[in-house]
Design a protein around this ligand. Sequence first.
Ligand SMILES: [Zn+2]
Length: 458
Amino acid sequence: MLNLYDTAVGTVRPLTLRDEGKVSMYVCGPTVYDLPHLGHGRFTLVFDVLRRYLIYSGLEVTYVSNITDIDDNIIGRAHREDRTEGEVAAEYEERWWEAMDLLEVLRPDMTPHATAFVDGMIATIAELLERGTAYQLPDGVYLDVSKVDGYGLLAGQPLESLRAGARVDAEVEKRSPLDFALWKAAKPDEPAWAAPFGAGRPGWHTECVVMSLSLLGDGFDLHGGGLDLKFPHHENERAQAVALGRPFAQHWAHNGWVMVEGEKMSKSLGNFTSLTDLLAKADPRAYRLLVLRSHYRAPIEVTAETIADAERGLDRLDALARRLELTSPPGPVIGTTDSDIETAAVERFVALMDDDLQTPQALGLVFELVGEANTALDDGDESRARRLGATVIRLAGAMGLTFDGAAAELDAATLALARARDEARAAKDFAAADALRDQLQAAGWVVEDTPSGTALHR
Ligand SMILES: [Zn+2]
């Protein structure tokens, strides 16, 4: 049973499920107006690891993550570049999925686009107006947060102290600076939808509450996102559900910040200009390894150095995968207690992951097994090495780390050199074996000794 920190109550507690054996989760997705940044990479990896672990645990997961395809930034870019909002959103959504595929983040089961749910948003806003929790101003419709029980739950502060700290926008006649726009009245040259309370477009907080409740139903299990979304975005989503009298997410999870040289960031400044840039310069699996090395609620540093260090970790895993010619199976890993894996290690792994996803220790366990497998190979105990290797592939795979240790396709001449080297070694003619190794290395091959002889890779 997974125990997970719940931001709403501030403690680690069991993830309880509305429907036995099934998990319904909603994770806030991107607004598609620019290349994805490093913070996007982290939250998608964190929730991918959580999702994969739930699948590993035998649960049926429904994972919903939205695309916000209309907002001020999209409109701004469309105007600057003399394109339509739809063209801008389509371009950056494509960039988004390219990055997600490189990161091996599983695609969501459902990807609602905000513009496809505007009817539901209009109906929700009309109901909030009817209930008297929302009010209309010339520039839009606002929610009166003073009418929402428990506003401030996710912020961890009561309404009064939030109000004392809120920035007052002198240009808007809101009843309270904390009140937020459900609907933004139409402006010239902006996309707008007709509504009984005047043409306009939905506010961001309204999108997510409508899409999550529409697709996952009342009282769905888990709502997640980056820490920067906890307040006000998630607070305001929840406020609308409370005002509607509908049970909302039963558990809230947030991942920590991405830092670049000690500075909190939501847009990258330093070593990598975007997630796309990082993925072009480094092994995409390195970012996943880096994310796993820290607890998901702790901040992480993403710099050229920390990524290079993660790549060195990957090298150790890859070297074992090649030595044993291990390749990850396609798709998410489902936990079993096969006799061909190390049961005690699997039990340790599950205990660590069930304790609020202690991935640094779980990853440490995987590296421990890598060391033991290499020792077993060096000692000539191939069956033990294979068993350990199978466990490594299984547990790393449960966290989404994949390997391809299949032998490279070799041309006949290269293969002949490798066979000649094996024969020389069998005949204990080490001078000849070394000369053949040098010849292979000069041709660009990395030469490794495996139980089945010389292995070559680029
Ligand atoms: Zn959201």
